[in-house]
Unconditional design. Structure first.
Length: 507
């Protein structure tokens, strides 16, 4: 059996999924969880893309102890310089550089011929090599590139010092049978390729990303690039959890294994969903709510008699356990910290103290506090870590035969501001009051999307609101959490405004 490296790009390609942007605190928390999941490489971002990306990569590189940290760069010296600066403190740094190799990309995007693309790729691999030994080279849009040209460019970059060769299906174009032959041809016609890792990065535009990744292993790939929950550009990437569990469940066929701690899979999936506000569909393989649910009578009878009749893997193998009461209003701070560590969180003392205060407040409002409630509080705090405006208090008067009014008090820089507004119901009135408090510059924000979900069980469950505000052509996502859906909504609205303020401050 051969070992397959898992290269997680949730923080880079995954974040490109619409609505899945993350702030620095959220990225760092997810990176820590990915290290607990035991991925081999984390692609922490695209350093030159923005100041925020650079800072988050640098923070991750400074924090992780056991995982290789990669930074993406175009085949340009300025990109590679920036990538190195972001990861140079990592225990195991990797520079990942790429250039397009398909005719359509070279003609219309790069406006370069084959000779100049090869020359650029070789020079940039050599340039990156002066910074660190671990260099990955990707041929963007490889599956729509000419094989003889790929033989040539891969041969030359290996000579130049590349240690990993990536053959991405950038637009999700290929099929498993075709991809197998494609990778075999490269493996058989590129001198020195047996001395480097062969990587694949499959997109899901035609729904075949996981199938293509698995067939690539059979063809000779030794590294799979993927994302948690399959998030990513357009239709997403190959889903990490599906690839890993397919290999584990069918190791009789695959003859390969990963280093992934599979019992952390569900926790990692839920971490990501809470951070982004994007939940997986109930019938999602491995981590969906229905993945281990049995409703049909014949299935229930079979599972009760012998689980393997309808379960090809155990719920425990991915870390699935029932929610349970863990803490209450009489619990102390030490017990709370122990619970945070048990749930997989490593937070600063200031963050822990603030969360403990919110936890105690929640205990006064809820009879039963679940692990999921605590995790939701953490996600809410991470989301609000860069707040400019904060909700201090609110009063809403509403009824079916009266005009709804909302009075909102918001603080900024320790100054408090208050306003009253009317509206079509309590949430609309609250949003109008927030706009009045913030002033004319915020009047043109339009509510683009709004949803609310129950975080845990019971009629006193925490309600998590996820909404999007539109200003011009830009959209800002916000999340809010409370047992009161009006408060959740106000917090979500302010969270979106605060995200706008962060973006505005960097322009």
């Amino acid at each position: 059996m051969k070992n397959i490296k898992i290269f997680d790009t949730t923080l880079r390609d995954g974040e490109q999924s619409p609505g899945c942007s993350m702030n620095l605190a959220e990225k760092l928390q997810l990176a820590k969880q990915l290290e607990k999941l035991n991925v081999d490489i984390i692609e922490a971002g695209f350093a030159i893309a923005s100041k925020g990306d650079f800072e988050s990569i640098q923070s991750i590189a400074n924090t992780l102890k056991n995982t290789t940290v990669a930074s993406l760069s175009r085949a340009l010296t300025k990109d590679i310089d920036c990538a190195w600066e972001s990861i140079k403190s990592a225990k195991y740094p990797r520079i990942h550089t790429f250039i397009a190799t398909s005719d359509i990309h070279m003609k219309y995007k790069l406006q370069m011929n084959e000779d100049s693309v090869v020359e650029r790729a070789v020079n940039m691999v050599k340039y990156a090599k002066k910074y660190c030994s671990d260099i990955e080279f990707s041929a963007e849009d490889a599956t729509r590139s000419k094989l003889p040209f790929l033989y040539r460019i891969f041969t030359e970059v290996i000579k130049a010092g590349a240690t990993t060769i990536n053959i991405p299906d950038t637009v999700g174009y290929t099929t498993p049978h075709e991809y197998y032959k494609f990778i075999r041809a490269i493996k058989e016609n590129v001198p020195g390729i047996d001395k480097v890792d062969i990587s694949v990065h499959c997109h899901n535009d035609l729904g075949m990303a996981v199938a293509n990744s698995l067939i690539a292993i059979e063809a000779g790939a030794t590294q799979i690039e993927c994302t948690v929950n399959g998030i990513g550009e357009r239709a997403g990437n190959a889903a990490l959890e599906e690839i890993v569990m397919a290999m584990k469940t069918r190791n009789d066929l695959m003859k390969a294994y990963t280093n992934i701690n599979t019992e952390e899979i569900l926790k990692t999936s839920e971490h990501l969903s809470r951070i982004t506000g994007v939940n997986v569909q109930p019938n999602k393989a491995i981590v969906g709510a229905n993945a281990f649910a049995h409703e049909a009578g014949i299935h229930q009878h079979g599972v009760l008699a012998e689980r393997t009749t309808y379960e090809i893997m155990t719920p425990e193998s991915i870390g699935l356990t029932d929610n349970k009461l863990v803490l209450g209003k009489h619990s102390g701070k030490h017990a709370f910290i122990d619970k945070l560590q048990e749930l997989g969180y490593s937070l600063e003392e200031k963050e822990t103290s603030f969360l403990f205060d919110r936890f105690k407040t929640l205990c006064d409002k809820k009879k039963t506090v679940y692990d999921s409630d605590i995790e939701a509080l953490i996600a809410d705090e991470l989301s609000a870590s860069s707040s400019v405006y904060k909700l201090e208090k609110y009063v809403v008067n509403t009824g079916n035969d009266m005009t709804t009014t909302a009075c909102i008090e918001i603080s900024k820089d320790n100054e408090r501001y208050e306003s009253v507004a009317i509206g079509q119901g309590p949430i609309n009135a609250s949003f109008e009051a927030v706009k009045k408090v913030l002033g004319k510059d915020f009047e043109d924000f339009e509510l683009f999307d709004y949803s609310i979900d129950s975080v845990s069980n019971g009629n006193d469950a925490l309600g998590e609101v996820v909404l999007k505000l539109k200003k011009g052509d830009s959209i800002y996502k916000g999340k809010g959490l409370s047992v009161d859906i009006i408060e959740s909504s106000i917090r979500a609205y302010l969270n979106a405004i605060n995200r706008y303020m962060v973006v505005k401050s960097k322009i």
